[in-house]
Design a protein around this ligand. Structure first.
Ligand SMILES: Cc1ncc(COP(=O)(O)O)c(C=O)c1O
Length: 378
């Protein structure tokens, strides 16, 4: 993938905001509870390694990722000793590598564990496999579901020195919404499953950002925070934040072409938009190959504090906006973030598009270079 370093389309990531958000979250959770930074999917599009470095500076206790390669990326970039949990299902064949790399592994089935056991003989170190048992309390994704299964799993782990049951965790389906009944039900089920164990593992955890912000519990050992660390509301606009968070991501470009249209002149594929007489149009070097999806074509982008509607469909590499008057080539345009006091927040856009802010952030493609600054949270 060629990164676009010779065009002005960039994602600016404010590491100061990340650190500020971590401090905010830290100040609102129980003292002593571990704060784990979720940096999967390249740190929600912000860049996993720079985010992990900032998070470490702010004192997080470890990291969560979704796939093994993301864990290896951190290990190879200086995070050699840090707590590191892969939250998704991994391949049994990689079990020796995971033990040798001291990576904590989510296990969600007995079959996986049985198949992994003989392969652990291939490891080069004496490290036991650090296991976090996933239990499904209502998300319906991965995990054991009954006390009997959990007890059998625990008993199996106890028999082998190569297996260390370090943690047990679950994931909530509705913590970002208004369905508190489902949250309560999952919480109770989880407590029962943990209680059924002979020995409580060192790391019992259940909270993502939404649980951390709105349903803080006092009985678990760690919290796994993703979207809130990046400065966004996990519910988008449904529930107000209980405390301030600062968005860390700004997506900017510059006007690359400007012209004045005549009445009826058509814009973009399908010639669906027809200009009005004298309309000023700017072309921008960003399109759906950069993650600015075609259905973001009904959004307004920010120029000099003005909300400028996109005109015509978003092309693969370019799009057109309507200007209130002529602006010179090179004028800054903000797609996400702040411009002269106006804000484009992915959460607001997501609501209109029937998606979530996470998807807009993760969707900004690798063609867009990430540039880092540290505002010190100002
Ligand atoms: C198991 C698990 N825990 C924690 C998170 C972090 O979620 P959030 O970004 O909402 O904090 C995720 C993200 O999807 C997840 O899958």
């Amino acid at each position: 993938m060629a990164r676009g370093t010779h065009r002005p389309t960039v994602a600016k990531v404010d590491l100061g905001a990340i650190k500020w958000n971590i401090n905010q979250i830290r100040n609102h959770i129980r003292p002593g509870k571990k704060l784990l930074a979720v940096v999967k999917a390249d740190g929600y599009g912000h860049g996993a390694v720079p985010i992990a470095n900032a998070a470490k500076e702010a004192g997080v206790d470890g990291f969560c990722v979704a796939i093994l390669d993301e864990a290896i990326e951190l290990r190879q970039n200086g995070f050699t000793e840090d707590f590191l949990l892969v939250m998704g299902v991994t391949e049994v064949r990689d079990v020796a590598l995971m033990a040798d790399s001291n990576i904590s592994v989510t296990v969600s089935s007995f079959e996986w564990l049985e198949a992994a056991l003989p392969l652990l003989n291939l490891r080069k170190t004496m490290n036991p496999l650090r296991i976090h048992l996933a239990v499904d309390t209502g998300m319906g994704r991965i995990g054991l579901r009954t006390k009997e299964e959990v007890q059998a799993f625990e008993a199996f782990c106890e028999k082998y020195e190569s297996l260390h049951l370090e943690g047990i965790f679950t994931h909530f389906a509705t913590a970002d919404g208004e369905d508190d009944i489902q949250v309560e039900r999952q919480y109770e089920t989880f407590k029962e499953l943990v209680k059924s164990m002979t020995t409580r593992p060192d790391m019992v955890h259940l909270a993502n950002s939404a649980m951390t912000l709105w349903h803080e519990d006092f009985e678990t050992d760690a919290t796994r925070v993703g979207i809130a660390m990046y400065g966004y509301n996990p519910s988008d606009l449904t529930i107000p934040l209980p405390y301030e968070l600062k968005p860390a991501f700004t997506l900017e470009t510059e006007i690359s072409y400007v012209k004045q249209m005549h009445e009826g002149d058509t814009i973009s594929y399908g010639a669906r938009y027809k200009a009005y007489e004298g309309e000023w149009l700017a072309t921008l070097p960003i399109g759906y190959a950069d993650g600015w999806r075609r259905d973001l074509g009904n959004q307004t982008l920010l120029v000099d504090g003005h909300r400028c509607p996109v005109r015509g469909v978003v092309c693969m590499d370019q799009l057109m906006i309507s200007l209130p008057h002529a602006y010179p080539i090179g004028t800054k345009v903000t797609l996400l973030g702040e411009n002269n006091g106006e804000w484009n927040n992915p959460s607001e856009m997501a609501v209109e598009l029937g998606t979530i802010g996470y998807e807009i952030l993760c969707g900004i493609s690798d063609r867009v270079p990430r540039i880092y600054n540290d505002s010190k949270g100002e």
